[in-house]
Design a protein around this ligand. Structure first.
Ligand code: SF4
Length: 513
């Protein structure tokens, strides 16, 4: 998972606003970040760690230009070095920079193809470099009947080539030197990409594209919908906008954005993330009342903080007191996106402290957004029991996560997923809870899609039901991707404790971004 943003202004320098935007996307990745702007030449700054530690007044002053893109990287496979940071660029043709959020399923094949057929070297292990070179090569090699095409038509041809060759999830923002900005989203629209506008005093319009709407209010942008699946948008430097839908497939945006990743104040695909989480809690509580009509807990506690919203509506629906019975230290990062299992295990107790007065001698129902590996949930249950709970019930706003994600989220192998090999009662036992209950898939889909002017066909739920929308992931491919991912992970655990240059071979799992 990553955060990506692009701003084109007809009036002012964009680096400051890109910085603000990345701060508002920090929750989508804390491994590395970068920014690239242009005015006559590209200016870039990349680094590892938090946004606030990478950019300072000196390097911000270098980032000149009224067009630029920024990126914050999610720490998973694919390396922790600065070479893996985005945006990336190529000099030919024109000078093009790009950043993205997503994963390519056929990355390994494409890396070899791009080198053998297009004679372009992929010099990192990030998917966007492959997309960039496919796009750049197509733009640089027009077909004979392309000569009279407008520049936008040439861009469409190049993006069409990307759609034709690249399988997976990708929301891409790029800039083309002295031309403007180009934006496109994969034909299934798996990863989010919103657009916003801001009117200037002189009647011109500034434009922003981003993974989430989280920075719109602070920067004075208004939501202008989403980049549609299979759509390409080109904005000239003078603000003229061209757009076209090149490929119309089933629209299947990631449901896990609503469950966990997106900030609650985001609006994705015309749906409020906050409201969808309220509805998840509501549906879950209705299910609880059906299955356990005689069991009413004393208090409902969220596993902070993504589950706060669902827990609130769950408690309301059940008529039970909502309690912040677990205090979360706000200065420690989200454990789900920290690299390495040992670090994740250790960090739970650093991060969460049970409040004894809220817990002792009570029957406690804990609401969590999801149970992925199960380690954090198990630790939470143990802590709540240590602080004197009489009984502990646990409900998950997300159904069992049984399959790996190959579209950009760090839930890599079935061996690590609590629900991949175990039944609900086995997980219940493993976690040490009196009752464990999961949301049903249909209830989750209903919660996400009940309201909003969206045109979602059905969200991607491959990690829940094993139905991969790109249609090119079978058991054999899954096995080999998981093996590679395990290999990458063990390598990166070493890298994390002892940083060293990363192997940059062609064979690797698609790198989350
Ligand atoms: Fe999202 Fe799951 Fe689909 Fe991955 S597999 S894109 S996490 S819904």
């Amino acid at each position: 998972m990553c955060g990506v943003v692009g701003i084109l202004s007809t009036q002012k320098q964009v680096a400051g606003e890109l910085y603000e935007s990345l701060i508002h996307l920090q929750h989508r990745g804390q491994d590395a970040a970068g920014m690239m702007t242009y005015n006559k030449r590209f200016h870039e700054k990349k680094g590892t760690g938090y946004i606030r530690d990478i950019f300072d007044e000196r390097n911000m002053a270098r980032l000149q230009g009224q067009v630029g893109i920024g990126h914050t990287r999610y720490p998973t496979v694919g390396g922790f070095s600065i070479e893996e940071a985005q945006p990336v660029m190529t000099h030919v043709p024109y000078g093009i920079s790009m950043a993205h959020n997503g994963n390519l399923v056929n990355y390994n094949t494409l890396v070899n193809e791009v080198y053998e057929q297009d004679h372009r070297l992929i010099n990192s292990s990030v998917d966007i470099e492959v997309i960039l070179h496919i796009f750049a090569h197509a733009l640089d090699h027009p077909k004979s009947d392309d000569k009279d095409l407008s520049f936008f038509d040439q861009i469409c041809r190049a993006v069409d080539t990307v759609f034709h060759r690249a399988s997976g999830a990708y929301s891409v923002i790029g800039t083309i030197m002295n031309k403007g900005m180009v934006v496109f989203r994969d034909p299934h629209g798996i990863r989010p990409l919103v657009k916003g506008v801001r009117q200037n005093d002189d009647g011109t319009t500034d434009r922003i594209f981003a993974s989430e709407t989280t920075m719109f209010y602070a920067l004075g942008f208004e939501l202008d919908g989403n980049v549609a699946p299979g759509e390409v948008i080109y904005i000239e430097e003078n603000g003229t906008v061209h757009s076209r839908i090149l490929k119309n497939e089933q629209f299947t945006p990631c449901i896990f954005e609503y469950v966990y990743f997106a900030r609650p104040d985001s609006i994705q695909n015309e749906i409020s993330v906050y409201r969808s989480r309220l509805r998840m809690g509501q549906n879950l509580a209705k299910r609880w009342k059906e299955e356990y009509p005689k069991i009413v807990p004393d208090i409902v506690i969220p596993a902070p903080s993504t589950a706060n919203t669902a827990a609130l509506s769950f408690a309301h629906e059940l008529g039970v007191r909502f309690s912040e019975g677990l205090y979360k230290n706000p200065f420690i990062g989200r454990t789900f996106i920290m690299p390495g299992q040992e670090i994740r295990k250790k960090s739970v107790r650093y991060k969460l402290v049970p409040q004894e007065f809220e817990i002792r001698d009570k029957t406690v129902l804990i609401v969590d957004d999801s149970i992925v590996r199960g380690n954090t949930s198990k630790e939470i249950v143990r802590m709540v029991r240590e602080f004197g709970a009489k009984k502990v019930f646990f409900v998950s706003a997300c159904p069992p996560v049984k399959f790996p994600c190959f579209y950009g989220v760090d839930m890599p192998t079935r061996g690590e997923l609590a629900a991949a090999q175990r039944s609900v009662s086995e997980i219940e036992k493993y976690m040490g809870v009196d009752i464990l209950m999961y949301q049903k898939i249909d209830d989750l889909v209903e919660a996400v899609t009940r309201r909003g002017e969206h045109n979602i066909d059905r969200p991607c739920m491959a990690c829940l039901n094993g139905q991969y929308i790109t249609g090119d992931i079978d058991e054999h491919i899954m096995d080999s991707m998981e093996q590679q991912r395990n290999h990458e992970r063990s390598k990166h655990c070493l890298l994390y404790t002892s940083p060293s240059p990363r192997d940059r071979g062609c064979s690797r799992m698609p790198s989350s971004a």
